[in-house]
Design a protein around this ligand. Structure first.
Ligand code: WTA
Length: 632
């Protein structure tokens, strides 16, 4: 791992935003803020936590027992009190909290903070009436509609632990998550609408709850009111009927800072995805802080994070972070290219979006369709741009900065993970931006690029990106699998391993190079090779399969599968299509292989592990590196 990377370390290009950004920013001077944090880490987090309302203060800011952290010990709180009641009681009662836009022209909904609190309380009471209580798990499998956020917050209101499953996941992925968390209730909708098509979510739930004995009830949001889907009288209840039968007031459950808030599954390198567990107190402080300081959010901002709450970005920066800050948030079910390639720009113009947070894949798609699309709209409301999910390559940075931000808006390229809960590395507002580099650790975070032994590598040398000190919104464990949690902290001595490779410039800026493990980041979504392989092998024609990520100019990576067929099965295009369809139905469209190649054998180690690295090198015509462990 001592490779030299072709990074122009010295002659870097920087863009400096107008001085007014720094002058008016919450962070002020980055270096000073970082030094203040280093001088007194606990004091730093203590000050931030005091912005929020607690039912009972903490004894200690943190208790660090490697690799286990407790933050804000013995403090009592409820995150929804801070997302909702705090604003309703303090001047933001009638401020718009959520604006939703649907796919069809004119389809929109608006909730003020008062209305949102009422809806959340009512739904929370509804969940209670179904027997859901503190600590119970509730699975939320919904489209991006206000009710999805209402369901999440309602769980948090009563101390139930939500597991949101992205609406693009298929039957078996959903079933695994329901079974994995022993969810008592599943909240879903009849349909999600995507590019003019109705996708029947409830039907998928119907299949996914087979062999999921924990599920007692299914709550269904019926969006199609002309032909309402039929509900099973014992098992299924209507979302709004449940709400309407319930009281409008629901006191916020008193939660301990370390009580779990949610479980969110993320792909692992082997086997079953990992249920990342986040807790109430630390997660609240971490997402509140980063939303405020990284996006420099102010009371009159119109904030739009394009991520679905089915992902961590949607949790932290679509729901909790902005609501903790009392922001006006836009959410939408639309896709960027439907009905036209101008949909996103139309939304920004129409709502006057000031902060726009999206993904490199989307940016590259916009680049491809051309700047004539954004140029048709007035984007002058924009103030700050953000990117997340995969490296923002210099070309995409330049385009985003010039074409969308008109060389005026700072671009924050935020590096973080489901496990970290909050932003970790970025370029804080007002600091010089360097295309291709995410930036530096934010104040509050100690991160570095190191070798296998945890020693920092010199600038220009590739290494492992690690975090060296605990932070409030770090995951606390992997659900039902603490061993996997420990692995994060026991792979590189003294460090939390991110599994990302990175390189640092002499200026301290960090460039993220990609994953060092068997995760493939496809259009910003992590997909485990093992998940796709086991989906393929579950097809009755397949004997064995290996999957690699293949670089792609648009999506970052695409999935390529190498498949060995069972004796007697005939390779061909028909079978390829069947296999792709099979993966789509089991895991969902995001995990579909773009290429399938039928092979007679796969490169393996003597112990029988597939060497994906060798397949990838072959595919890309590169040197496979050390192959001494190869079987033959
Ligand atoms: C990648 C998403 C480069 C990285 C928040 C990480 C990034 C994984 C960036 C986590 C970025 C995320 N630049 N790579 N700004 N942000 N990644 O858990 O490989 O879905 O480890 O969290 O996405 O993905 P996850």
């Amino acid at each position: 791992m001592a490779e030299k990377f072709d990074v122009k370390l010295e002659e870097g290009k920087y863009y400096l935003p107008d001085a007014s950004y720094k002058e008016r920013s919450w962070i002020g001077d980055y270096n000073r803020a970082y030094q203040e944090f280093l001088a007194d880490p606990d004091g730093f987090w203590d000050r931030i936590a005091r912005d929020l309302e607690w039912f009972q203060p903490w004894d200690r800011v943190k208790e660090w027992n490697y690799p286990y952290a407790k933050w804000f010990t013995n403090a009592k709180l409820n995150i929804t009190h801070n997302c909702l009641d705090r604003h309703v009681n303090n001047q933001r009662r009638n401020k718009v909290a959520i604006m939703w836009r649907g796919e069809t022209e004119g389809e929109e909904e608006v909730y003020t903070y008062r209305q949102l609190l009422q809806a959340v309380s009512q739904f929370a009471n509804g969940l209670k009436s179904l027997g859901v209580g503190k600590g119970d798990r509730v699975c939320i499998y919904m489209p991006v509609v206000p009710e999805q956020i209402i369901a999440m917050l309602a769980c948090a209101r009563i101390g139930a632990v939500h597991t949101v499953v992205f609406g693009g996941f298929g039957v078996s992925a959903l079933n695994q998550r329901i079974v994995g968390t022993d969810a008592k209730v599943v909240v879903t909708a009849d349909f999600t609408y995507r590019r003019g098509k109705a996708i029947p979510l409830k039907n998928i739930v119907g299949e996914a709850v087979v062999n999921a004995p924990s599920v007692e009830r299914i709550v269904v949001l019926r969006r199609d009111q002309e032909k309402p889907v039929e509900l099973h009288p014992e098992m299924e209840v209507d979302f709004y009927e449940l709400m309407e039968e319930s009281d409008r007031e629901c006191p916020a459950e008193v939660m301990d800072a370390e009580d779990p808030l949610f479980i969110l599954y993320t792909s692992g390198t082997t086997g079953f995805p990992k249920g990342i567990v986040h807790t109430c107190g630390g997660y609240m402080v971490g997402t509140y802080y980063t939303t405020k300081y990284v996006f420099d959010i102010k009371d009159n901002d119109v904030y739009w994070c394009t991520a679905d709450p089915g992902w961590i970005t949607g949790h932290s920066y679509g729901v909790y972070g902005p609501l903790l800050n009392g922001a006006t948030c836009l959410i939408t079910e639309v896709t960027p290219d439907y009905p036209t390639n101008g949909t996103y720009w139309d939304i920004i113009q129409d709502y006057g979006v000031t902060i726009f947070y999206t993904a490199p894949t989307a940016i590259r798609m916009f680049m491809r369709v051309g700047e004539e699309w954004p140029n048709r709209y007035n984007l002058s409301s924009l103030r700050i741009l953000g990117s997340v999910g995969e490296p923002l390559n210099p070309e995409a940075f330049e385009w985003f900065y010039h074409v969308i931000g008109k060389a005026r808006c700072p671009v924050v390229d935020t590096w973080w993970q489901t496990e970290t809960g909050m932003h970790m590395v970025t370029t804080m507002i007002g600091e010089p931006m360097r295309p291709g580099f995410a930036g530096k650790p934010i104040p509050g975070v100690v991160a570095d690029v190191v070798d296998r032994n945890g020693n920092p590598v010199p600038p220009g040398t590739g290494g492992f990106l690690v975090v060296k000190e605990p932070w409030p919104s770090m995951m606390r464990t992997v659900w039902n699998d603490d061993e996997r949690y420990r692995k994060y902290w026991y792979t590189i001595p003294g460090c939390y391993t991110t599994s990302d490779l990175a390189v640092k410039g002499t200026d301290g800026y960090i460039m993220i190079l990609g994953r060092s493990d068997d995760l493939i980041v496809v259009a910003g979504h992590n997909i485990g090779t093992a998940e796709v392989e086991s989906a393929l092998v579950s097809h009755d024609a397949v004997a064995e399969a290996a999957v690699i990520g293949k670089p792609d100019p648009l999506k970052g990576n695409i999935i390529k599968a190498f498949v060995i067929l069972k004796n007697g099965r005939v390779p061909g295009d028909k079978l390829k299509n069947d296999l792709v369809y099979h993966v789509r139905m089991t895991l969902g469209p995001i995990a579909m292989p773009s290429e399938i190649e039928f092979v007679d054998s796969l490169p393996k180690t003597r112990s029988g592990k597939i060497m994906r690295r060798v397949l990838k090198a072959q595919e890309l015509g590169m040197d496979p590196g050390d192959i001494s462990t190869l079987e033959e």
